[in-house]
Design a protein. Sequence first.
Length: 257
Amino acid sequence: MNVSLEGRTYVVMGVANKRSIAWGIARSLHEAGARLIFTYAAERFEKSVRDLVATLEGQDALFYECDVTDDESIENTFEQIQEDVGTIHGLAHCIAFANKEELKGDYLNTSRDGFLTAHNISSYSLTAVARAVKPLMTEGGGIVTLTYLGGERVVPNYNVMGVAKASLDASVKYLAESLGSSGIRVNAISAGPIRTLSAKGVGDFNTILKDIEERAPLRRPTTQEEVGDTAYFLLSDFSRGVTGEMIHVDSGFHIIG
Ligand code: NDP
Ligand code: N5H
């Protein structure tokens, strides 16, 4: 069994800045020796991702623009990656979006457009990306996505994103079945709240974190590094028997009633 990721290449989707969970995953994979490929949503984010990656010593990374709402963009990205590097050993999908005005108040008021946008970007994108990366994963490997407790139970203000995460969680299981015979495992990490750009300005984050510090078994908030190391586990041979699974990296908060 090889738990070093030397000689392996992983795609990381969803680094916006140094607080991104995707960046925590990238650092863990980098430390394990992996070569990394980054995708960003639009050209205007390219420089900030490149500047961050320049801080990873000895990392010979590649960068591609990929808007997951656009089938052509997904196809072009993975065709280009195949041309440039050939085989891929895994992928981290760290992408979600819902309209800000629908992440507060009553879920009942969710619009059709808002519902479809949240599901398109936050859930369907995993299926579209999994289909596009499959031909590049000729040696098998792992796909990891990020989810949140609000998909399993009602969490105030998470609203339409909770419904989209429930759909994402079900997709992880169906994709695990679709891709298992190709040696590709599909798993989710359910992360505890982490202050990222997405989390900015939504809900009362301080109150949510205080509750974690008081009631979660580990009495401390989740870190990017904790999620990063669990992604490393799920993308390495250590987890070779694990697929269709959701691992909570949330200081144990999900077991508290
Ligand atoms: P970030 O804001 O750092 O990352 C969100 C990413 O989604 C951004 O990089 C953004 O890209 C990308 N994105 C949005 N729309 C598109 C699109 N159309 N195409 C491609 N990329 C897109 O936040 P997080 O790190 O917090 O979020 C990562 C994941 O973690 C999400 O799935 C989130 O739901 C999940 N999660 C977060 C938790 C938290 O507390 N922070 C807890 C549990 C789960 P760009 O900036 O280029 O637009
Ligand atoms: C219960 C909570 C707090 C309330 C709900 C938060 C939901 C957050 C998820 C989505 C992804 C946030 C989002 O789409 C924000 C956008 O409307 C506005 N922001 C942006 O457009 C920025 C610039 C870009 C980078 O963001 C994206 N996403 O593209 C949940 C929290 C305790 C935990 C949490 C924050 C979960 C989660 O899923 O992220």
